[in-house]
Structure formats: C-alpha cells, structure tokens
Design a protein around this ligand. Structure first.
Ligand code: B12
Length: 447
C-alpha cells in the first residue's frame, strides 16, 4: 500500500487582538518560527513501526483545506493531531474518505475522545501507537471494517526497544530542528496536564545508548540540527540524567528540553547539562506565588511545595550557564488581576532568560476539564479548537474573561518587547560572568 503520514503543522491561536499583538512582539515571533519548524515525532515512530512492503510518505497540513493533493493517491492515511487542530483534521479525514482513501486517527485528543473521532475515521487508535499501528496497516490491507484499536489490548510499549524514528522521511524538507524522546511520562500529575498522561500513566526513561543512536541518525541527515527533547520531564532521575549528558557532550549538539525545578538541587547535574550543549531548560513554574499552586499537582502538591524555593533555584540553574524558560499559567483559581504585575515583577527580579505565558486551558480528559465542566465554568464546551493555550474558554474564579485577556495582552507587551528581552539577556550574561569570576577566585584561593 501507499501510506501517507499527515501532521497537522503550524501553531494555532484565534484571539484577533493577541494575534495582532503577537506579530509585533519579538519574543512571540521568535518562538513561533521555531515551533513552526518541528516535525511530528509520533508519526515518525509509526513509520518506523510499519510492517515492510509499504511505501511511506510524510505530509503536512497547516490548516483545513491545506492538505497536499498527493494524499489522495494514498491507500491509507494516518493523521496525528492535538486538540487545537482536531476539527481541521476531521474535515480533511472526511474529504479523504469521501475520495476512497482509508483514514486512521490517533494521538492525544483522539485517545481521550475516541467516539468523537470514530465518526471521521476508518480506524481509531487509543494510546501509544507503536503496537496498534501495524494492526491498523494490516486491517486496511485486508479491507477490514471500521474499528477502534486500543494500545491496552496489545503488549505494553517497551521504551527500551523503540526503533529509530524514520527521520529519513524528512530528507527533502527544510527542518533544522528535530525532536528526540529520552523519556515518556512524568511522575507528577498536574490537574491541567494533557501530555503523555493521556496515553499512559507511567514515567519511563529510555536507555541512553538508544537516545544517542537517534541523535546520530538525525546528525547524519542534518549535521547542524538543533534538538528538542519531546519529553514531559527529562531530569526526573538525576543519575540517569548525568549519564545522558556525559554521552551527549562529545557530540557537540545543541539541545533544549522540559523538566521540573528539582534539577536545581544537583550541582553536578547542572554542570553536566551546561557542558553537554543545553541551550535552555523549559520549566513549568506556573505561578510565582506558592498559594496559587496549592493542590494543582495532585500526587504530593509538588508545585506548591517547590514554589517556595523558585528564586534561588532559578539563580542556581542560570548561574551554571543554563538559561531558563519559565512558564506561567494565567487564570488559576487564586489569580486575581494582581497576578499580571506579580509575574512581571518575578520575571524582572529573577531575570529569567525567557518567560512563557499561557492561559489556563481545559484540555479534554484532564481533571481540570472535569472540574470546570462540573462547576459550569466552560464558556463554550466542546470548542476544542480553542485549546491553543492562547484563547480563553473558561470563567476565571476571580476575574472576568475580558480582564484575564486584557491583563495578558499588557503582560505580553511588557515581557516580550525588544527592550525587555535585551535587558534579560544582558543580565543573564552579566550574572554568569560574575559567577565565573567568583568561582575562579575561589579556586585560586583554595590552590
Ligand atoms: C514537540 C511538541 C510540539 C511541536 C511538534 C508538534 C507535532 N506536530 O508533533 C510543536 C512545537 C510544533 C507543537 C505545537 C503545538 N503544540 Co505541542 N507539544 C509538543 C510536546 C513537547 C511533545 C510532543 C511529542 O512529540 N510527543 C512524543 C510523540 C512520540 O508522542 P505523540 O505525538 O503523542 O504520538 C504517540 C501517540 O499519541 C500515538 N499517535 C499519535 N498520532 C497518531 C496517529 C495514529 C494514526 C496512530 C495509530 C497513533 C498516533 O502514537 C505515537 C507514538 O506512541 C508536547 C508536550 C509533551 N511533553 O508531550 C506538547 C503538546 C503536545 N502540545 C500541545 C499544544 C497545545 C500545541 C499547540 C496546539 C499550541 C498552539 N497554540 O498552536 C501546537 C499544535 C500545532 C501542531 N502543529 O501540532 C499540547 C497538546 C495538548 C492536547 N491534548 O491537545 C501539549 C501536550 C503541551 C501542553 N502544553 O499541554 N508542539
């Protein structure tokens, strides 16, 4: 069969005022360019798990009706999508099916709402795709009737046996940023999280030599590639993290990842992260104030506990030479209109190299969604297209939706202006130099 792999690409946001603002703010523009340049790792994993004897091609659609014509020559098309682009994916699927192409849908959103997806697909996949995808290919080949495949009905996916994602399918594309997974899942359970937890609960890390094998495969394709680890929380296991960094260091790659604030607790790890080519750690701080984070992490109140120590933790990480992209969620239940100034002050005080602000977003399948639905606080239930992190679709507890938006616009202007960006960057480098001088002096004294 000829099999097409369709990624819904680009970023989504609908609020016209924010879009107009975003286009003029350097901080937004920079990240949007980077984001637009990442392929779908999920589809590359499916490609690697495809039984032999089929012809594979990777495609992208940046919006509804943007699907390439060549998709219509396929026998089977696998579409991977998150919530924000699900309706676009459904209409592309409907058109493909009307033209006689078999369609399989999977991914985070579809795994949570398989009944919704089933109306638009021949085959629906729930959960991780590596073991169900070969079954879907086989079903399509036989012309088997429509059905849903559950990863939980197959053997569990062993992350110590993952194949190299088929990066080679991207050989003729302009990508210079690639994703690699070093781990799947996260030990914490934040009520808003809609990542791997939607597929499987457990946190699993991969053998370091397999990660290296994947990095080398990317480098073979694109020697100067920048790597983003598509993990939920890379440095949960500090000793394994050190092993990973030691293995990456000789390759001279530049990389970025997401992790939690506890990375600051281990000085040796920080040094290894810095010396192995890490350009930035993205850390979900969520709010500067611990009280706003009470109960948000459901297992052990991790976020509220750690917020007490955010400032010194950020200082430790950044003075090891690793920039922090601190993420803040606006509209948590304890946030009133004072939160915008609070975040601005915090970013200024800590001189976070980068700050990311998003709205509290109720993704389907999350405990947050269930709670806001129960409390009648979803403004337009079922509007999955508003699950962009940049559109408000809930009634905040202590503000009107418009107050939340207005505060967000104002904060965006202050955080992402050229002047603010330059100030933070200069301050990072100044502090780093000062810290390096201090260390050199200490070493000289103790010698
Ligand atoms: C890398 C990344 C991106 C990249 C690449 C996206 C891409 N096309 O894959 C970029 C930067 C472009 C991106 C953009 C966006 N992202 Co993003 N992103 C991530 C990140 C960090 C990792 C995703 C990843 O690669 N996972 C690893 C792969 C292997 O897993 P997977 O895709 O789920 O695939 C597996 C299964 O789902 C399944 N599967 C997937 N598709 C299919 C299809 C079939 C047919 C089958 C059988 C199986 C199957 O099999 C795969 C292998 O097991 C996650 C957060 C996280 N830590 O997980 C957020 C995340 C996925 N992103 C998110 C969001 C909201 C977005 C945006 C909508 C933001 C915006 N405003 O535009 C955009 C979406 C636009 C887009 N083009 O996708 C949310 C999605 C939540 C949700 N449930 O919808 C997440 C979870 C982050 C968050 N803050 O909550 N993102």
């Amino acid at each position: 069969m000829r099999i097409g792999l369709l990624a819904m690409s680009g970023i989504r946001a609908h609020d016209p005022a924010l879009l107009a603002l975003g286009l003029t703010l350097p901080g937004f523009v920079e990240r949007s360019k980077q984001v637009a340049a990442l392929p779908s790792l999920g589809l590359l994993y499916l490609a690697a798990a495809t039984p032999p004897g089929h012809e594979l091609a990777y495609f992208e659609a940046s919006e509804d009706r943007a699907e390439p014509d060549a998709l219509y020559d396929c026998d089977l098309v696998a579409i991977s999508t998150f919530s924000a682009q699900i309706f676009e994916a459904y209409s592309i699927a409907d058109r493909l099916r009307a033209a006689g192409v078999k369609v399989a849908l999977g991914g985070l959103h579809v795994s949570v709402l398989p009944h919704e997806a089933a109306a638009h697909a021949d085959y629906v996949a729930i959960g991780e795709g590596e073991h169900v995808w070969p079954q879907i290919v086989e079903a399509a080949e036989r012309g088997a009737p429509r059905r849903t495949f559950r990863a939980s009905d197959a053997a569990p996916v062993d992350v110590a046996r993952l194949p190299v994602p088929r990066y080679d399918l991207l050989h003729d594309r302009p990508y210079n940023r690639f994703t690699v997974q070093t781990s799947r899942g996260c030990p914490w359970r934040c009520d808003f999280c809609a990542s791997t937890v939607m597929l499987s609960q457990r946190y699993r890390k991969r053998p370091v030599e397999d990660v290296l094998r994947d990095v080398i495969a990317i480098r073979r394709l694109r020697p100067s590639a920048f790597l983003e680890f598509a993990d939920d929380n890379t440095f949960v296991d500090k000793e394994w993290g050190k092993e990973l960094c030691r293995a990456l260091a000789p390759l001279g790659v530049k990389w970025f990842t997401e992790t939690d604030i506890s990375v600051a607790d281990d000085e040796e790890l920080l040094e290894l992260i810095a010396s192995s080519g890490c350009r930035q750690l993205l850390i979900g701080l969520e709010s500067p104030d611990s009280s706003a984070l009470e109960g948000l992490e459901l297992r052990s109140n991790f976020k509220a506990r750690r917020a007490l120590d955010y400032e010194s933790a950020i200082e430790r990480i950044q003075s090891a030479g690793v920039t922090v992209n601190g993420c803040f969620i606006l509209g948590l239940d304890r946030h009133d209109t004072s939160v915008f100034e609070e975040v601005r002050e915090f970013v200024e005080r800590t001189q976070l190299f980068e700050a990311q602000i998003t709205y509290l977003t109720a993704f389907p399948g999350t405990p947050l969604y269930t709670r806001l639905e129960r409390e009648g606080r979803l403004l337009e239930p079922g509007r999955w297209d508003l699950c962009t992190l940049f559109d408000v679709n809930f009634q905040p507890a202590q503000m009107t939706p418009q107050e939340l938006r207005t505060g967000f616009y104002g904060l965006s202007e202050r955080l992402y202006s050229s002047a603010a960006l330059e100030r933070r960057r200069a301050s990072f480098h100044d502090r780093l130099r000062a810290r390096q001088r201090e260390r050199a002096a200490l070493r000289a004294n103790s010698a």
